[in-house]
Write a protein that binds this ligand. Structure first.
Ligand SMILES: *[C@@H]1O[C@H](CO)[C@@H](O)[C@H](O)[C@H]1NC(C)=O
Ligand SMILES: *[C@@H]1O[C@H](CO)[C@@H](O)[C@H](O)[C@H]1NC(C)=O
Ligand SMILES: *[C@@H]1O[C@H](CO)[C@@H](O)[C@H](O)[C@H]1NC(C)=O
Ligand SMILES: *[C@@H]1O[C@H](CO)[C@@H](O)[C@H](O)[C@H]1NC(C)=O
Ligand SMILES: *[C@@H]1O[C@H](CO)[C@@H](O)[C@H](O)[C@H]1NC(C)=O
Ligand SMILES: *[C@@H]1O[C@H](CO)[C@@H](O)[C@H](O)[C@H]1NC(C)=O
Ligand SMILES: *[C@@H]1O[C@H](CO)[C@@H](O)[C@H](O)[C@H]1NC(C)=O
Ligand SMILES: *[C@@H]1O[C@H](CO)[C@@H](O)[C@H](O)[C@H]1NC(C)=O
Ligand SMILES: *[C@@H]1O[C@H](CO)[C@@H](O)[C@H](O)[C@H]1NC(C)=O
Ligand SMILES: *[C@@H]1O[C@H](CO)[C@@H](O)[C@H](O)[C@H]1NC(C)=O
Length: 878
């Protein structure tokens, strides 16, 4: 009671009638249960239309409520407050204050990135991205451009990062610490204790800084002459993870904005929806003319729809990762009867037992008791005094190493069973050195060793540089698009796998890390070079030029084009972007609505009959003011992607439909047509082209394929002989995305009622639910859904309440985690009258059914027609 009167008081201060006091459950965002949120911490988003009362007035009013404290006010990019509350105040009560738009629980964020398996040489990659030419031939280095980095801080005393802080001529002119060293997110109340400067104790931010600003001689950044700001929002590692929260990240982003940076580089992310506060702030930054570059995410192994926030923010440049071309690292030299081989080793996994053999020791490729090279089952033969070469797979690295150690081995080399090289993680019981080598070349090595007595040595100082087996390919960890609104994500890709850059001096000065976190500063650096060369360019033009001049990637095995949802427009090429004398916009065509029927106005397509098609306009500008330009439009098809295997099972790695004209029927490939495939654009003029994209009618709609490809514009200026080309990626959903089913198709047996062990209930009408016999409603989201609710409904069609775990917002699609890629809610004799599950009621005995509703993509939450629904059969509650 006291609490309510205090809130009335607060509202009275704002001149709000107390009659409107209520618990505004609808305005409180309810994230899925596994999203880590900070207890009693919220971002209160305020309506943006009418800006009076001011944010400060709201802050004062909230502060006057007992047990409520406003920790930050956000005015420029996001209108709202960061608020912490005592246990007795609910989010719904905060939301009841007039003028509050939404109340967002504050999420914790951690930084996903990893140590690379080996050290990598840095400069070579600049030749692949046009950075070398921009630096050397065009003498650019980013001078005059301001770049804000929001990260873990920077070791600004590093000799290759200037060894200075905010002094004259120093690259670091801006920045601050917003979090300090003590923020342990597993603690009940993590401590925020900012330091005077954003010194880095983790390494991530220093690594990112080197990619941008490295001065050499070891690390040559992309834009060493730019002016930098570091906004430290992540703390030191605790139990291996560095953490932050939504409100601290927002403060860092706002501070960067206030310092007037041209570019803000965000190697961070979580969630995946464009309206979350961090994405919304980034979309605002873009509107205000700031180039925002963000990591697309490191969840590629979970397949489609794994692009994160703020990468999915509107107008943000989302960046995917490509593996570096060269690897430098420790090597082992093998002498066999057949050959002398030098092989790259993974970095020593263990400091205690490094893989160092200064002189030759015997090496064997032993067969285990099971007759295989896997080494899981132990050995009959003695391995005393020998190094054993063992195949990866079936059992853990530790099990293999333990078995070899028991047989007397003095070292273990595990060769990969998939392309590339890994860092083996080994349990403490293993006391012999263990390293890994790549799959490539391993068969030859094993065959040669098996020919007769062989030796190996790995002296401590011996290193070699090799072309990387995965060089130039998409990094397997790089997240896939599309966004939940079907925008193409990422926009483009850059080197991010195995990048050698600066590291805090206390942690060794240099390190090789992998992540879209590394690709992001790379692209931010290219934007700085482009801005320096062509300062008049705005955000839209920069996005277009970078995407237009990127190089689409091909699958190394098949030679087919990689889908834009993985690589975007392809590998960044800043030299071509700077030199480009034409620009095509928009930078990508995300086809989310299609028309069904014959294609009008395109004579060449009349024979197709009824197909799905979409029409889009692209503008092509000839920015050369002195010469006319001929344009020929062509296109190439990329592999199509599906989340489903042919048997209907959900798949983590997307299933591929090959783009090859030769191997598949042409109606399984998308088709691009233009009314006129050749046109002339006068000097300094632009023309619009209407492009028609026909979806692949031969692919099954039930398999929810995503098709895509690249428009390819060949350009030739008058009196010139050489042509150049620019591309625009296109991609869409094979169906109409707005009406796409969110819940998996009924023939998959879902949604379903099951017992508490997830066994389907054969006859639901006989089910009797009680406190001791709960059941489950299980469903699978094929497509991300903004809102999913599961409610209990009685025989007169009255909704009794939400099931436990029955209401979530901003749901990702179901990921193929483990063997149970499903979502669910509990059916018991208790339901909740509110979405926050704060107000339980006991259900009276009787007959009921479950009503499941999931908002379709691009749907309106207030329109019941935009939900896909499902009703269970009736059952009893005792
Ligand atoms: C960047 O280039 C400018 C000349 O345009 C030069 O004065 C400056 O020293 C360069 N900065 C770095 C860090 O190389
Ligand atoms: C990687 O580089 C660091 C620093 O130069 C060096 O200490 C380490 O031994 C190198 N590791 C390998 C595997 O070459
Ligand atoms: C391996 O190297 C040694 C010393 O360089 C050389 O004598 C020998 O012929 C080489 N063996 C093979 C198979 O190439
Ligand atoms: C034993 O060998 C078979 C093939 O010969 C293999 O499929 C199986 O995984 C092996 N088991 C272990 C434990 O290594
Ligand atoms: C680096 O990789 C490129 C491309 O594969 C290759 O041409 C070059 O020789 C490599 N450099 C070294 C030192 O191995
Ligand atoms: C998809 O279509 C809707 C309606 O035409 C539009 O509002 C939305 O922005 C589109 N999304 C993308 C990614 O183009
Ligand atoms: C494309 O442009 C044409 C005129 O050039 C216009 O009639 C048409 O409505 C435009 N289509 C779209 C989808 O904007
Ligand atoms: C675009 O066309 C050029 C020839 O003008 C060709 O070299 C290039 O491979 C094409 N790119 C794509 C993505 O189709
Ligand atoms: C091309 O289309 C855009 C909008 O789609 C329009 O603003 C512009 O005027 C058109 N340009 C020409 C040359 O028709
Ligand atoms: C149901 O569970 C409650 C407490 O968990 C217990 O007291 C009661 O005896 C149980 N009833 C039945 C029928 O098992």
């Amino acid at each position: 009671m006291i609490l309510v009167s205090r809130i009335v008081f607060a509202m009275a201060c704002l001149g709000v009638a107390s009659a409107q006091l209520k618990v505004a459950d609808d305005k409180v965002v309810k994230y899925p249960s596994y999203v880590p949120v900070k207890r009693g911490a919220f971002i209160v988003e305020l309506e943006s239309g009418n800006t009076s009362p001011s944010t400060a007035a709201y802050a004062a009013s909230f502060n006057s409520i007992n047990n409520v404290r406003v920790s930050s006010q956000f005015n420029s990019l996001f209108r709202g407050l960061a608020v912490s509350t005592g246990n007795n105040i609910s989010a719904a009560q905060l939301a009841s204050v007039q003028g509050v738009k939404r109340v967002w629980p504050v999420r914790y964020h951690t930084l996903p990135y990893r140590m690379s398996a080996t050290n990598i040489t840095y400069p070579y990659l600049h030749t692949q991205t046009g950075v070398s030419r921009a630096l050397q031939e065009l003498q650019l280095n980013g001078t005059g451009v301001k770049v804000g980095i929001v990260d873990t801080g920077v070791d600004y005393t590093h000799p290759e990062l200037g060894n200075c802080w905010k002094t004259a001529g120093c690259p670091w002119q801006y920045g601050a610490d917003f979090i300090g060293d003590k923020f342990d997110w597993s603690a009940p109340n993590p401590i925020v204790s900012p330091n005077p400067t954003p010194m880095d104790c983790d390494g991530h931010g220093t690594h990112v800084s080197g990619i941008l600003s490295g001065q050499g001689p070891t690390v040559y950044g992309v834009a060493p002459g730019a002016t930098y700001g570091m906004y430290r929002v992540f703390s030191c590692p605790f139990n291996g993870s560095v953490a932050s929260t939504d409100d601290i990240i927002l403060r860092g982003i706002e501070a960067a904005y206030q310092d007037g940076h041209d570019i803000i580089s965000l190697s961070l992310g979580g969630g995946s929806w464009p309206e979350d506060p961090i994405s919304a702030a980034c979309s605002q930054l873009v509107k205000k003319g700031v180039v925002v570059v963000a990591a697309n995410g490191n969840e590629g192994s979970n397949g489609l729809y794994t692009a994160g926030t703020p990468a999915v923010g509107h107008g943000v440049i989302a960046v995917g990762s490509i593996d570096n071309w060269n690897i430098t690292g420790a090597v082992a030299e093998f002498t066999t009867p057949q050959s002398n081989l030098t092989v790259l080793l993974s970095s020593p996994g263990s400091d205690k037992y490094p893989f160092i053999f200064e002189t030759d020791v015997p090496v064997v490729a032993p067969t285990d008791k099971n007759g295989t090279a896997l080494g899981c089952t132990g050995y009959d033969a003695s391995l005393v005094g020998k190094v054993a070469v063992i195949q990866r797979g079936v059992c853990s690295f530790t099990q293999k190493a333990t078995a070899a150690q028991s047989a007397g081995a003095i070292g273990v080399i595990i060769y990969n069973n998939v392309p590339g090289i890994v860092n083996p993680s080994i349990g403490v019981s293993v006391t012999i050195p263990v390293v890994a080598i790549a799959q490539e070349g391993a068969q030859t090595l094993v065959a040669d060793i098996s020919k007769g007595p062989s030796t190996v040595k790995a002296p401590s100082k011996l290193t070699g540089t090799f072309p990387a087996f995965t060089g130039g390919k998409m990094s397997p960890f790089s997240s896939f698009g599309p966004s939940p609104e079907l925008a193409i994500e990422p926009l483009l890709s850059a080197p991010g796998g195995n990048i050698w850059s600066t590291y805090p001096q206390k942690l060794g000065s240099y390190a090789s890390l992998s992540g879209t976190s590394m690709a992001t500063p790379y692209v931010s650096g290219t934007v700085a070079l482009l801005k320096q060369a062509r300062p008049q360019l705005g955000v839209k033009e920069i996005r277009s030029l970078l995407a237009n001049s990127a190089k689409p990637l091909q699958d190394a095995a098949t030679g087919q084009m990689i889908h834009p949802y993985w690589s975007g427009a392809g590998l960044v090429n800043v030299y071509d972007a700077i030199k480009s004398r034409a620009m095509i916009s928009p930078p990508e065509l995300s086809i989310n609505e299609t028309t069904w029927g014959p294609v009008p106005g395109f004579d060449q397509l009349q024979s197709l009959g009824s197909v799905r098609w979409a029409q889009r306009n692209v503008t092509i500008a000839n920015t050369d003011s002195s010469k006319g330009m001929d344009v020929w439009l062509d296109s190439s098809v990329a592999d199509s992607l599906s989340m489903y295997l042919a048997n209907g099972e959900i798949s983590d790695v997307p299933r591929i439909w090959p783009a090859s004209q030769a191997s598949v029927s042409s109606d399984t490939l998308p088709l691009v047509a233009v009314a006129d495939s050749h046109l002339h654009v006068a000097a300094g003029q632009s023309k619009n082209i209407t492009v028609l994209v026909v979806a692949p009618s031969g692919l099954k709609e039930s398999e929810k394929w995503f098709y895509g490809g690249y428009l390819n514009f060949t350009l030739k200026w008058d009196q010139e002989l050489v042509t150049s080309s620019l591309i625009v990626p296109y991609a869409g959903y094979n169906g109409d995305f707005r009406t796409a089913d969110v819940l998996s198709t009924p023939d998959s047996g879902l949604p379903a009622l099951t017992d508490s062990n997830q066994v389907a209930i054969a006859d639901v009408s006989k089910l009797v639910v009680s406190a001791n016999n709960t059941a489950l409603i299980l469903y699978r989201l094929d497509v991300p859904s903004r809102i999913v609710s599961a409610t209990l409904v009685d025989t007169s069609n009255n909704t009794i309440g939400y099931l436990p775990y029955g209401y979530y917002e901003y749901n990702p699609r179901n990921l193929p985690y483990g063997d149970n890629p499903l979502s669910g809610a509990t059916i018991s004799n208790v339901v909740f009258t509110d979405k926050e599950a704060a107000h339980p009621i006991k259900v009276t005995a009787g007959k009921y059914h479950v009503h499941l509703a999931a908002l379709r993509p691009l749907g309106d939450a207030n329109n019941s027609k935009d939900y896909q629904t499902w009703d269970s059969d009736q059952f009893s509650i005792a």
